[in-house]
Ligand binder design. Structure first.
Ligand SMILES: Nc1ncnc2c1ncn2[C@@H]1O[C@H](COP(=O)(O)OP(=O)(O)OP(=O)(O)O)[C@@H](O)[C@H]1O
Ligand SMILES: [Mg+2]
Length: 453
């Protein structure tokens, strides 16, 4: 402008040059100061620690011009705000990660392409996972599971599928798929949890088996009774000799049904109290003598003798006298039934250590062994002997009036007593059933009341 004015001779050239130089110097002074301040602010921003909003800022506002100082203060305010949001977001993320890790069931997150983008440690213990996202089909090759996953990825809200996994051992699992409303930054759009339902299925199966077995056991004597009643009402109506014979059989069958019902009720009573430790002090020697005496007559019918040995200083045990009587009655009764006619049954009580594999058991326990000389039990039957209605030879057990519940009752009574049962048997030689019971101590009373609370 000055040049135009000077060219038009409106102002002298010298004055224009001097004025230009003065204006340029003044502008350079003002703008240069701002540029300097901005460069200082840029360097200070570069220098800020993004992880620590509370740390000191290198720049002090003292030397800055007023607008630059305000800009710097605004930057620091923004930094504090940003850091606060960053901290909250980080805490939320950590909490979400902790929740995923704390879920007791295996949990997997899937993306739109059915790839596993995240999994908790429990999932890693169950199925083979790779560090990079891989298709769910690589970890679980079950077509029903994959179809359910696809349905959820296509838009279904949730799916529940029960399936079995055979490796490394067989178990039943319940898979639950659910869609995630807000996809996560790693692309997860669906969550899959796997819940182990092996125990549940086993319990369901056991309940079904139990009902089937109990009804079968009751139906057999009932059918016999009905058959005889019809015969007595029909063809044998006037046959006095048949009356006597059939009524004796009917009496036997009715007694069998009564025994079965009594055993079932006894079993359910014991199960009901199984979590409460008995607290009485039981002297075993007199109890064993009493039971041996009461069974001596039955043993004599098979020309057998019960030999009892118990040291005079045998410690008392913690227990319920009636339940323990039931245990020894059942074991000696089995020895009479399954021992060889004319052989001897020995019942031997002593104090000693519990079996080695029983971790957490008392350091001293009292053991009572019932040994018979009989046909013994083949090894493959041993693990199942205490199952309800399980018999090695069903027909023979029934023929002898057995319900197949004796050892199940023994096992539940011992569970109630926190005791143990050990079975050793040699086919052709005989069997030894050993019961381990806790010794009664003055502290037992306190332990029992603790359990009750
Ligand atoms: N001492 C033994 N020797 C050989 N087999 C035995 C002996 N004790 C038990 N068993 C086998 O275990 C099975 C289960 O025994 P358990 O006492 O539960 O039933 P049970 O004797 O048949 O009937 P219950 O006891 O109800 O009268 C028996 O049927 C028998 O096959
Ligand atoms: Mg029995």
């Amino acid at each position: 402008m000055l040049l135009v004015l000077a060219g038009s001779n409106l102002i002298p050239v010298g004055a224009a040059l001097i004025s230009g130089a003065v204006i340029w110097a003044a502008t350079a002074l003002i703008v240069g100061r701002f540029v300097n301040d901005l460069t200082t602010i840029r360097d200070a921003v570069d220098d800020l620690d993004p992880e620590d909003a509370t740390g000191p800022a290198r720049l002090v506002t003292r030397g800055l011009a007023s607008p630059a100082r305000e800009l710097w203060i605004a930057i620091l305010r923004l930094r504090r705000l940003w850091y606060e949001r960053f901290r909250v977001a980080n805490e939320r993320l950590a909490a979400a990660e902790a929740v995923i890790a704390a879920v007791p069931d295996p949990l997997l997150l899937l993306d739109e392409r059915r790839r596993i983008v995240r999994a908790n440690a429990q999932a890693a213990g169950l199925i083979a996972l790779t560090p990079e996202p891989r298709d769910l089909a690589v970890a679980l090759r079950n077509p029903t599971i994959l179809a359910a996953a696809d349905a959820v990825l296509r838009g279904d809200r949730a799916r529940v599928i029960d399936f079995s996994l055979n490796v490394p051992f067989e178990r039943q699992l319940r898979a639950r798929f659910a869609r995630i409303d807000h996809p996560s930054p790693d692309g997860a759009v669906a969550v899959l949890t796997l819940h182990d339902i092996t125990e549940l299925k086993r319990a369901e199966q056991m309940r079904a088996d139990f009902i089937a077995n109990a009804s079968h056991e009751l139906r057999t004597p009932l059918a016999t009774l009905l058959g005889f009643i019809e015969t007595l009402q029909g063809p044998a109506r006037d046959d006095a000799e048949a009356h006597e014979r059939f009524l004796a059989i009917m009496h036997g069958q009715a007694s069998r049904m009564t025994r079965l019902v009594e055993d079932l009720m006894s079993l359910s009573r014991i199960e009901l109290n199984e979590h409460v430790l008995p607290k009485d002090r039981v002297a075993l020697s007199p109890l064993l003598h009493h039971i041996a005496e009461s069974l001596e007559l039955r043993a004599a019918e098979r020309r057998m003798h019960i030999q009892l040995s118990a040291p005079p200083d045998l410690p008392d045990v913690l227990g319920d006298r009636d339940e323990l009587a039931q245990v020894f009655q059942n074991l000696i009764d089995n020895a009479i039934k399954y021992g060889r006619a004319g052989s001897e049954i020995t019942v031997c009580a002593q104090s000693g250590s519990p079996p080695r594999e029983s971790s957490g058991a008392e350091s001293t326990m009292v053991s009572v062994s019932v040994c018979d000389q009989g046909e013994g039990i083949p090894r493959e039957h041993l693990p199942r002997l205490t199952e309800r209605f399980y018999r090695v030879d069903t027909a023979r057990s029934r023929e002898m009036g057995g319900t197949g519940l004796g050892l199940a009752i023994v096992k539940h009574i011992l569970n109630h007593h926190r005791g143990l049962l050990e079975v050793e048997s040699t086919p052709g030689v005989g069997s030894v059933f050993t019961v381990f019971l806790r010794v009664y101590t003055d502290r037992s009373d306190a332990a029992a009341s603790t359990m009750l609370r």
